[in-house]
Design a protein around this ligand. Structure first.
Ligand code: PEP
Length: 263
């Protein structure tokens, strides 16, 4: 069974379609020292993409001098391109500094900074306009899962964005399923639960848009560690990881990238 899944996942034809992607989300952590480690010690397997989301202040440290071999982006942008928004950064500025993506709608932004689905959709569009790839995060609370409404909640978060944007543009984004109860808690979704939600999202996208859903990478996030990554990546619809805590340790992070490669 495992061999069959691995074959479907990593066979040359599917491999072309969705190269595994691992994104490091440092959150409000990191330093020039950590940037240095990610420049000199990061090992990216040839069949994996790695992106780093440091605090925006460190974007330049990662791309200047001898730059890191990973692509670099940020954890959040404002929805407007400029204006009187003290403390904010714009998607165009990230692009100007060499960033290529922004995380959008991380649950910590939704809960701690009260970002609604509408604001998240506006930020998604701001990224697209500035030619940054949005990494759209969606996920349910534990209560919602226990109530049996996880799929509905998560799909509504995606639908709010899809309503406002051209599906072809949406198809160039990355999606990350991050159950809120698994983020930073050490509790990881079972591979079966992750696969069930990823498969649901992919088929909903196929049913509600002109996209087939096959082109879209759907990452899993929530307490990904060395010891749970292999079972998660073995799922046919899990195309990589969004990694928080474990991305602050270059040795652990390198191992997770290696696991994502399937080798
Ligand atoms: C995250 O920051 O998106 C995340 C999944 O964090 P952690 O890996 O620490 O749970």
């Amino acid at each position: 069974m495992l061999l069959a899944i691995l074959w479907t996942r990593f066979a040359p034809w599917t491999f072309q379609l969705r190269t595994p992607l691992v994104i490091a989300n440092w959150k409000l952590q990191g330093s020039r020292d950590l940037c240095g480690k990610f420049k000199s010690e990061l090992r990216i397997p040839s069949n994996v993409e790695v992106w780093i989301a440091p605090p925006a202040l460190y974007l330049d440290s990662l791309v200047s001098g001898q730059p890191t071999s990973a692509k670099v982006g940020v954890q959040n942008v404002h929805f407007d391109e400029a204006g009187a928004y003290t403390g904010e950064i714009a998607a165009g500025m990230v692009r100007d500094l060499g960033g290529i993506f922004s995380i959008v709608g991380h649950s910590e932004r939704r809960t701690l900074f009260h970002e609604t689905d509408q604001v998240v959709a506006q930020k998604f569009l701001a990224c697209c306009e500035a030619e940054l790839t949005p990494v759209l995060c969606v996920g349910e609370t534990l209560d919602q899962r226990e109530e049996g409404i996880a799929k509905e909640v998560v799909w509504n978060q995606v639908a709010e964005v899809l309503e406002k944007c051209d599906p072809a543009v949406f198809g160039r984004a990355q999606l990350a399923y991050e159950p809120i109860w698994a983020i930073g808690t050490g509790v990881v979704a079972t591979p079966e639960d992750a696969e069930d939600m990823h498969g649901h999202l992919r088929s909903m996208i196929a049913d509600s848009t002109v996209l087939t859903g096959e082109e879209l990478r759907i990452l899993y996030g929530g307490s990904v560690k060395i010891d749970n990554a292999s079972q998660l990546i073995a799922q046919a619809n899990v195309d990589g990881f969004l990694v928080g805590g474990a991305s602050l340790d270059i040795v652990q992070f390198n191992s997770i990238c290696q696991i994502a490669s399937g080798n």
